[in-house]
Ligand binder design. Structure first.
Ligand code: M6R
Length: 606
């Protein structure tokens, strides 16, 4: 949450930072701001609530040429969404931006901060500014002041502090994402919460460890790293910048979410190429080389629902016991570990705070940790013993779509590798066929989207929505409800079909919609559950097999799917219907689909 960007070097600072903020807006869009040392007018600070475009409007006629700048997009934690609470915060020549939470902010405010420091905001972040300002007047260097300030703060955070007098930037973090970038050709140096902000600017990327100071100045040709005692440190990882990021404009699409839904057929084909025929297969083989009796799967949100499908795959195909846990719960529940356990962490961003904390907990217990992750080089990627990249390309829409599909399918490939399916030519061919069939069916579904759009138009104003599914369709009932809640702002719940009569059926009346998945598995039982809703006058939308007359008769709306040959991959196919229904309902409601209210793409705080 919150996007941070900083630059020092040539006269492109404000442009680079604003472009970086545009790329990081998915991390929070409550407000945005920049602080820069103008070549003409000294230190400047501009910040504005709302999206980045509001800030750009304010900056329209401002002379922004500068070679020193930091900026921030905010997802509010402490303090309301106001201009004053927006970042950067400034005191004299010092400006700071912050991502995270200072847990002892009140204590520091009353006990450590100078009594005459004039607070301008209600944020915890400004306490860090007050500390840096205090120690700056007592220290021999700016980095010493930042180190002293950082020693006092508790909680997970990343800070970037800029001194316009000494012309330097110092950044530091604890369990929060932070990357530095360097372009050795022109001595430009960068800092950001996500290297994605630096694509095209920096060729070298550095990931500092926790509590390592990153020092960026005009004088040095490199970025320097120090421990908290100001001894030079080598506790950082270095990698070449990723230039393979997929195209990140919307192209012909009105929203990123729609573009990302439409990308799915092609991404599935690429997954086959990479993992069944290409180099990525060796990563699958590495997971296989361990003796594993039990998988503990951990994730949050959509990634957790993909994890539930991976549980089904591991149990169905490999007969390996598997359980999925919400990381926010797992980390506090004193989990019991056994010999030959392995843990699998699933995450699009690789930066979700709870998932990372759970991974650290498991690692401390010497359990091998694997990931299904989208962002190479992310914190999760660097933490895990072995990573299986889900290869979804950059996902910009806050509501995750293609990442779900790729997570579940990469999990299926992992199960295939563990079960020896990929070592047997005919089984491998069958699996490939199934993946390609899925890609084809999703393509057909997308081509016939008009029908889903019409259903969405008739239903977007109803009282509530129950998504139901049995067996392997239960995870996508949960995911369908989450998607609809996130972007259409309506009440939706996912339920196992058989559970309705244990409570939620009380909600059914003529204004309540049941989106029922009726796949081939346990079809008769699912039909009975739909009948029960029908008898109570609920509105039935069934996603069911083609030509099932009985289901068509009892449904108010019917979305026929060709399930043949897809077997355990069919929930992923069904889920695309859920994605499209949610998308169009949100569109008819006129909502902000790519940046839904109150959310941020990467949840880097607890
Ligand atoms: O980056 P991650 O996959 O770890 O993110 C996990 C969740 O925060 C994420 O899936 C969230 O639920 C999405 N907004 C769902 O659309």
């Amino acid at each position: 949450m919150c996007g941070i960007v900083g630059h020092i070097g040539s006269d492109i600072s404000s442009d680079v930072v604003l472009e970086g903020l545009k790329r990081l807006e998915y991390r929070g869009y409550d407000s945005a701001g920049i602080s820069f040392l103008s070549n003409k007018n000294g230190l400047q600070l501009y910040k504005k609530t709302g999206k980045l475009e509001n800030l750009l409007e304010v900056l329209k006629d401002v002379e922004t040429t500068s070679n020193l700048c930091i900026g921030h997009t905010r997802w509010a934690t402490h303090g309301g969404v106001t201009d004053q609470n927006s970042h950067p915060h400034r005191h004299g020549n010092i400006s700071i931006v912050h991502n995270g939470i200072i847990e002892n902010a009140d204590e520091l405010k009353s006990e450590v901060v100078d009594k005459d420091f004039e607070f301008k905001s209600e944020t915890d972040s400004e306490v860090f500014l007050a500390l840096v300002s205090k120690y700056n007047s007592q220290s021999s260097s700016f980095k010493e002041a930042v180190a002293e300030a950082f020693k006092h703060v508790k909680g997970n955070s990343a800070f970037v502090a800029m001194n316009a007098e000494t012309k330097e930037i110092v950044a530091i973090k604890r369990s929060a994402p932070l990357a530095c970038g360097l372009n050795p050709k022109n001595n430009d140096k960068f800092v950001s919460s996500d290297p994605y902000a630096l694509v095209g600017y920096a060729s070298e990327i550095y990931f500092p460890d926790d509590e390592v100071l990153c020092h960026l100045s005009h004088d040095e040709k490199i970025i320097k790293f120090y421990d908290l005692n100001l001894k030079e440190s080598e506790k950082f990882q270095h990698q070449k910048a990723d230039t393979s990021s997929s195209s990140t404009d919307k192209g012909e699409f009105e929203h990123y979410m729609l573009k990302e839904i439409y990308e799915q057929p092609k991404l599935i084909q690429e997954l086959v190429q990479d993992y069944i025929h290409g180099k990525a297969a060796r990563h699958l083989a590495k997971v296989k080389s361990k003796e594993i009796d039990r998988f503990l799967i951990n994730a949050c949100g959509t990634a957790y629902y993909a994890g539930l499908l991976v549980v089904d795959y591991l149990e169905l195909i490999n007969k390996i016991q598997a359980s999925a846990y919400l990381s926010s719960e797992f980390r506090y529940r004193n989990p019991l570990f056994q010999k030959n356990d392995a843990a699998l962490f699933i995450s699009q961003s690789g930066e979700t705070a709870d998932t990372l904390a759970a991974a650290e907990l498991v690692k401390e217990n010497n359990i091998p940790i694997y990931s299904l992750v989208n962002v190479r080089g992310s914190t999760l990627y660097r933490l895990c013993d072995q990573n299986l990249l889900i290869k979804a390309g950059t996902e910009i829409g806050v509501a995750s779509t293609k990442a779900f599909t790729q997570m579940a399918l990469t999990g299926r490939l992992m199960a295939a590798s563990l079960g020896g399916e990929l070592d047997d030519e005919s089984k491998k061919k069958n699996l490939e066929k199934k993946f390609l069939l899925l890609s084809e069916r999703i393509n057909d579904l997308i081509s016939g989207v008009e029908k889903i759009k019409e259903i969405a138009e008739s239903l977007y104003n109803k009282k509530g929505y129950l998504f139901t599914g049995r067996g392997i369709y239960y995870p996508v009932a949960l995911e369908g409800a989450l998607k609809l809640k996130e972007i259409a702002y309506v009440h939706a719940e996912g339920y196992a079909s058989g559970e309705l009569k244990h409570g939620p059926i009380a909600l059914i009346d003529e204004e309540m919609v049941n989106i029922a998945v009726a796949g081939p598995e346990l079809l008769e039982k699912t039909i009975s559950n739909i009948q029960e809703v029908k008898a109570r006058k609920g509105i039935i939308v069934t996603i069911g097999p083609e030509n099932n007359k009985e289901l068509m008769k009892i449904s108010d709306y019917y979305i026929p799917l060709n399930f043949n040959g897809l077997d355990e991959l069919s929930p992923i196919y069904v889920n695309v219907v859920h994605q499209l229904l949610s998308y169009y309902m949100a569109k008819f409601k006129g909502n902000d689909i790519d940046q839904p209210r109150n959310l941020a793409k990467s949840v880097t705080v607890e």
